[in-house]
Design a protein around this ligand. Structure first.
Ligand SMILES: CC(=O)N[C@H]1[C@@H](OP(=O)(O)OP(=O)(O)OC[C@H]2O[C@@H](n3ccc(=O)[nH]c3=O)[C@H](O)[C@@H]2O)O[C@H](CO)[C@@H](O)[C@@H]1O
Ligand SMILES: C=C(OP(=O)(O)O)C(=O)O
Length: 419
């Protein structure tokens, strides 16, 4: 675990140049790890990002009785002797994805007791669709003393229509339905690449899941799951963050080890704004020589523009010529970083879910706080582009989702240090 008091210091104004290799996807990793608990025996997960959210999930696994062993970016999980189905607040409070333990433990034991999840604070983050789905599958679910308690004698396949497109509910219900009797159909499902990745992982364990990546997912319950070896997909949000940072610093970089299709909404937007973007089989090259043009974005479920790139993109728009409009279509309050950005000279007015961004010629370094994960990433982008010195506090929020961000940026020519 990284200490809480670390800060990042950036001397801004240096364009990023060179190549950066992208790690495995956080939001796939934090679902695949609990999914591995559903089979007795040893699974191996490859291309795992070495980030704080993954380490927090590892810690929960250890407390439940699993054995884990790292070999670089591969993690061996032995879930043969899992003893517990209870994940108390102390172990789950750090991460949002702890809610996947409900689906996974229900499948493994027919019971799960998991404290309400943590994660970034964007206002209300309800899990009513998860609970609705568990109940539809036959589980008895109640919330007592901050714990979500789910029990099922038997889970039985059914049709579940999600009222909102939810990544978490889609994955959690796949986890709970994988061994349910009969067929489960999830309608209005999320289509994010990590939903597909988790379905592929479970299919490699012997599950029968079809349609992941579309809005209807069909799961034929199977009797047994077996351990497997699986490499998770690259992180499109990490990749997008570096692409945006290259544009904000008027640099020229290549992001490698990615699936370019997952970044189409960003590449289209950067092209529209005047950046040069070249797409290859498993990499993207971004070059930006001049100030980009203002634009508008609205965040939406995949394949729309991802909310997890909204803060970083808003920083870039704050440096463009003209007025941009940003609409946050997923979370009720994901602009808490804007006050920090204003300290650096950004001209942004937030009204509810909309931010009006008047482009400024330049940002200036300041002392700022990373209020959440992508807020931290956005402030790093701002610090790299700004004139002078930026100090970013609360960097542990950034380490939740970015492996070695300061080291990778240094290799791209940034002047950044961690103290
Ligand atoms: C660990 C993980 O993968 N986190 C991601 C996941 O979060 P998370 O899974 O929490 O986000 P969801 O996709 O579930 O949420 C999308 C929207 O649905 C609403 N909702 C969700 C569930 C529910 O039961 N009821 C309900 O109303 C939420 O308030 C939000 O407005 O997807 C988000 C949207 O892409 C990303 O920002 C997060 O990085
Ligand atoms: C919001 C995010 O994560 P979480 O859901 O884990 O808080 C994110 O990855 O940007």
């Amino acid at each position: 675990m990284k200490p809480d008091h670390e800060k990042l210091i950036i001397e801004g104004g240096n364009p990023l140049f060179g190549e950066v290799t992208i790690n495995g996807a956080k939001n796939a990793a934090v679902a695949v790890i609990p999914a591995a608990l559903m089979a007795e025996g040893e699974s191996i997960i490859e291309n795992l990002p070495l980030i704080e959210d993954v380490f927090a999930m590892d810690d929960i696994l250890l407390r439940l009785g699993a054995k884990i062993e790292y070999d670089n970016h591969s993690l061996k999980i032995d879930a043969s002797n899992l003893q517990s189905y209870i994940a108390p607040y102390e172990s789950v409070r750090k991460i949002r994805a702890s809610y996947y333990l409900i689906g996974a433990l229900l499948t493994r034991f027919g019971k799960a007791e998991v404290a309400m999840p943590g994660g970034c604070n964007f206002g209300a983050r309800p899990i009513d669709q998860h609970i609705k789905g568990f109940r539809a599958l036959g589980a008895d679910v109640k919330i007592e003393n901050g714990m979500i308690k789910a029990y099922a004698e038997e889970l039985v396949g059914t049709k579940i229509y999600l009222d909102v497109v939810s990544v978490g509910a889609t994955i959690n219900l796949m986890l709970a339905a994988v061994k349910a009797k009969g067929t489960t159909i999830i309608e209005n499902a999320a289509k994010e690449p990590h939903v597909v990745d988790v379905a592929n992982f479970m299919n490699a364990m012997g599950a029968k899941i079809k349609g992941a990546g579309t809005d209807v997912i069909r799961i034929e319950g199977v009797r047994e799951l077996h351990p497997t070896r699986y490499a998770i997909i690259p992180d499109q949000i990490e990749a997008g963050t570096y692409m945006i940072a290259a544009c904000a610093t008027k640099g020229h970089i290549r992001v490698k080890n990615i699936i370019p299709k997952h970044l189409e909404s960003l590449t289209a937007k950067l092209l529209e704004m005047g950046a040069e973007v070249n797409v290859y089989e498993d990499s993207i090259e971004v070059r930006c020589k001049e100030r980009l043009r203002a634009s508008s974005i609205k965040t939406m479920p995949y394949p729309g523009f991802p909310t997890d790139l909204q803060p970083q993109m808003t920083v870039l728009l704050s440096l463009c010529s003209g007025t941009s409009v940003v609409t946050e279509g997923v979370w009720e309050n994901r602009y808490q970083y804007v006050d920090e950005l204003k300290k650096m000279g950004a001209n942004i007015k937030v009204e509810g879910r909309v931010a009006i961004v008047e482009g400024v010629e330049s940002l200036q370094g300041a002392e700022v706080v990373a209020v959440d994960l992508r807020a931290g990433a956005a402030l790093i982008v701002a610090g790299l582009a700004a004139k002078g010195k930026t100090v970013i506090y609360n960097t542990k929020n950034v380490d939740r989702g970015y492996e070695n961000i300061d080291y990778k940026l240094k290799l791209l020519g940034a002047k950044i240090s961690r103290v």
